[in-house]
Design a protein around this ligand. Structure first.
Ligand code: NDP
Ligand code: 2IT
Length: 450
């Protein structure tokens, strides 16, 4: 049995219930095979066995008091996966589905994603099974303060720098930063995605969505294509989806869908971005409100999705931007997209496509940007926020945006070059995984068995 297969099987035996972690692991390791076969030094240095075990896993109790005065408890996590390239870096997710498996898959992906950015960041991820939906402003604040009351002792601007993810945006980062500062008595760049008046970077809020569109643009340009005038389908309606839609409009494309956990909208006139922002960023309401206010929009609730399949992927489009959550696009969705002529998929969310859908997109040779490449703009701009904090400087919107564009184009070129080495120029899954892995593995070898 080959080295890669042996480590996959060991992980399957050790963590049979960690289905998301095993899914991410298989996608990555399968594509590393040709690189591993060429270099016996990886096995000699036990790189894969070391890579799959987090350097440190922290699980903790998060007690808080709700508005009725009842004591409530949630589970908190921070998994500090790999620091070969720099301080642990990665978001915090607050969602009822969060468990160790989810945080492990996200942290594992983050190692290679951060490597691709070319900035010095290791990989980590954290979060809680806390559900922000239906909670008052004060409950959110008390929860964030309690979460940080434990987390603060594990993080630091040169140790571990968390940020946002699902359910964690500027508001939550603010409450967590306030509590960190109070407990540590330090104003450090210990979180990214901070408010613009107190250490945040311009473009961080927009970065993941903008980056995902920049990545699509780079893939298409390499084939003499563009997004201009093209119909696009976006899923999600949170941070990543909103700024994906904003950048699609800026490049002359027409985004016609959005979704949330309760349903989806199809607006043939093009999504009204100002209305979407008002409903999601200010009022924090369901997308149903969009359809009530905009007559050209058709709203389909999840209960009416045929066979439970996300209706977003049934709308014919040139390019698709899955930007909500993991496994939101399955094999049947991928087949339908291709049947309807879809030429490009850029993953804003982490692992939004099932393994079968990913394999079909790769085999079909359309432009397919895997998450760790296509959505790396968010963490890359977090890295730019860290650089500004460390040098006490503030860069303009144009300056940060130009750096983001350059990083995204660089990631595309690096992934494509790497794929070409293996005779598979179009396979950016292979290219991104190997390009990200090489740098981490070399750093681990050079730093010895630690
Ligand atoms: P937000 O919380 O801002 O938005 C998430 C969106 O996805 C909401 O519309 C939400 O609907 C929907 N959603 C979440 N979970 C589910 C679910 N289980 N089923 C259906 N819909 C769901 O998060 P982000 O936009 O920040 O994150 C979206 C994705 O992008 C995630 O995969 C995240 O890991 C990834 N990502 C985020 C980055 C960032 O910088 N924020 C960077 C790189 C990747 P509802 O409002 O109803 O819950
Ligand atoms: O998945 C991700 O890359 C993020 N949620 C962003 C992490 C970060 O540190 O900015």
């Amino acid at each position: 049995m080959g080295y890669v297969q042996r480590v996959i099987e060991e992980c399957e035996a050790k963590f049979p219930h960690q289905v998301y972690f095993l899914q991410a692991l298989k996608e990555i390791f399968e594509s590393l095979k040709p690189e591993i076969d060429r270099n016996p030094s990886y096995e000699k240095n036990a790189i894969l066995e070391r890579l799959v075990v987090p350097e440190r896993s922290i699980a903790f109790r998060v007690p808080w008091i709700d508005d009725e005065g009842r004591a409530r408890v949630n589970q908190g996590y921070r998994i500090e996966f790999n620091s070969a390239l720099g301080p642990y870096k990665g978001g915090l997710r607050f969602h009822p589905s969060v468990n160790e498996d989810v945080i492990k898959f996200l942290g594992f992906e983050q190692i290679l994603k951060n490597s691709l950015t070319t900035l010095n960041m290791g990989g980590g991820k954290g979060g809680s099974d806390f559900d922000p939906k239906g909670k008052s402003e004060n409950e959110i604040m008390r929860f964030c303060q309690s979460f940080m009351s434990e987390l603060y002792r594990h993080i630091g601007d040169r140790t571990d720098v968390p940020a946002g993810d699902i359910g964690v945006g500027g508001r939550e980062v603010g409450y967590m930063f306030g509590q960190y500062k109070r407990l540590s008595n330090r104003f450090d760049g210990v979180l990214t995605g901070k408010g613009l008046k107190w250490g945040g970077s311009l473009v961080r809020k927009e970065a993941t969505g903008y980056g995902s569109v920049y990545f699509a643009q780079a893939m298409l340009e390499a084939r003499g294509e563009s997004l201009e005038g093209k119909i696009c389908c976006v899923s999600g309606s949170g941070n990543v989806a909103i700024y994906t839609i904003e950048k699609l409009y800026a490049l002359g494309a027409k985004p016609v869908t959005a979704s949330d956990s309760r349903g989806m909208i199809y607006d043939a006139e093009g999504i009204d971005l100002a209305l979407l922002k008002e409903i999601k960023e200010n009022r924090r309401e369901s997308l149903q409100a969009y359809a009530q206010e905009k007559k050209s929009a058709i709203y389909t609730p999840v209960s009416e999705y045929p066979q439970g399949r996300n209706q977003v992927w049934s709308i014919p489009c040139f390019a698709a931007f899955p930007s909500a959550t993991q496994n939101e696009l399955n094999l049947a969705d991928a087949q339908e997209l291709l049947k309807n002529g879809c030429q490009c998929v850029s993953e804003g969310a982490n692992m939004p496509c099932t393994l079968e859908a990913t394999n079909l997109f790769v085999d079909s040779k359309i432009c397919y940007g895997p998450a760790k490449a296509a959505n790396a703009g968010g963490v890359a701009t977090s890295g730019l926020e860290m650089a500004q904090n460390a040098s006490m400087s503030i860069w303009s919107f144009e300056e940060v945006d130009a750096k983001l564009l350059k990083i995204m184009r660089g990631i595309f070129a690096h992934a494509q070059e790497t794929a070409k080495e293996f005779g598979q120029e179009q396979n950016l899954v292979l290219g991104a995984n190997i390009a990200g892995f090489r740098k981490v593995a070399m750093a681990m070898i050079e730093q010895g068995v630690v």
